[in-house]
Write a protein that binds this ligand. Structure first.
Ligand code: KMH
Ligand code: ZN
Length: 308
């Protein structure tokens, strides 16, 4: 069969471990540098063009935003696959932006995440589902988000942009609400961000937008109107059980998709995903089932104008 032009291919991102879930929630959540590296390589082999990375303390599983923690798995990932490395500047919602930006500043990845506004980032409802924890910090971390603002002021965003400017890192703009698209349009107007913008619409974090198909449609329409359809590349992620339905809805409309254990621990109702690769395989089947092709890492580099 004839292959479609790269720009019509679907980029699969996989967020390997994140800072939302804690180790006691799933034995499959990668924690140590080797687990993170092998899980990222597995996701890439299954079809992820981009791996979105956070680091954790190997003993406790607590999010660790030191550049040294990332240095323990980045060389293995780069040697083991060709996927685009995307380093978080979100870190954990409890961290300050000065700490959050350091791994991207030091390791100069092709992509880094950039969270486009301040909002309540509530993880405490997970305490209704998960009740026993191996480590002291886990329950307190989740409970603490009852009174937490994930801070991403205009100055914070400018700081991340300025810090990463000289190393040519481009961004996965995390937009959890319509206002975050207006913030991105503001930075576009000021010439501080350059097209094509990689917009990651995040659905299903309590404090941000929900996961209704109307929310997904509204996000898409607003991005088209504010940014211009050719100015941005649209990707979506749905948290928890919304992961696959959100991906399916967006892929059917020309969107790109993100999966991974950062965003959902599940592969089906009540069934924990055993790996990141399992979720990538599932979303790939959805995408290909729609008659669409997935982008290779090099095609994704071209689509997103990355430095390579
Ligand atoms: N945790 C996700 C909801 C970041 O790393 O900058 C969004 C995220 C944030 O990936
Ligand atoms: Zn993340």
């Amino acid at each position: 069969p004839k292959s479609t032009a790269p720009k019509n291919k679907v980029i699969i991102s996989c967020a390997i471990t994140g800072a939302i879930h804690t180790p006691s929630m799933s034995p499959h959540l990668p924690v140590t540098p080797d687990e993170i590296a092998q899980s990222a390589i597995g996701a890439a082999k299954a079809g992820a063009a981009i791996v979105h990375l956070h680091a954790r303390n190997p003993e406790t599983g607590r999010p660790d935003q030191s550049p040294e923690a990332f240095a323990k798995f980045l060389p293995t990932i780069k040697a083991g696959c060709d996927a685009i490395v995307n380093i978080t500047t979100g870190g954990a919602p409890t961290m300050l932006v000065s700490e959050r930006v350091r791994p991207a500043a030091v390791h100069s990845p092709e992509l880094a995440s950039l969270n486009m506004g301040s909002f309540n980032f509530a993880l405490y409802p997970m305490l209704n589902r998960f009740k026993t924890f191996k480590h002291d910090w886990e329950a307190a971390y989740l409970e603490g988000t009852r009174d937490l603002i994930f801070r991403n002021t205009f100055k914070d965003i400018e700081f991340v942009l300025a810090t990463c400017r000289d190393n040519g890192t481009r961004f996965e703009f995390e937009c959890y609400d319509i206002g975050h698209l207006y913030n991105l349009a503001h930075f576009l107007e000021r010439g501080l961000v350059q097209p094509p913008l990689f917009v990651q619409s995040v659905f299903g974090i309590l404090g941000g937008m929900g996961t209704h198909p109307e929310d997904i449609a509204m996000m898409r329409r607003t991005a088209d109107r504010l940014l211009g359809r050719d100015t941005y590349r649209w990707s979506v992620l749905g948290a928890g059980r919304a992961q696959m339905p959100t991906a399916a809805i967006a892929a059917a409309q020309g969107g790109n998709v993100r999966v991974g254990l950062e965003d959902s621990l599940w592969i089906g109702p009540g069934q924990l995903a055993e790996s990141n690769a399992q979720q990538v395989t599932k979303v790939r089947q959805i995408v290909e089932g729609l008659g669409l092709e997935i982008a290779t890492p090099d095609e994704a580099r071209q689509i997103l104008a990355l430095k390579g």
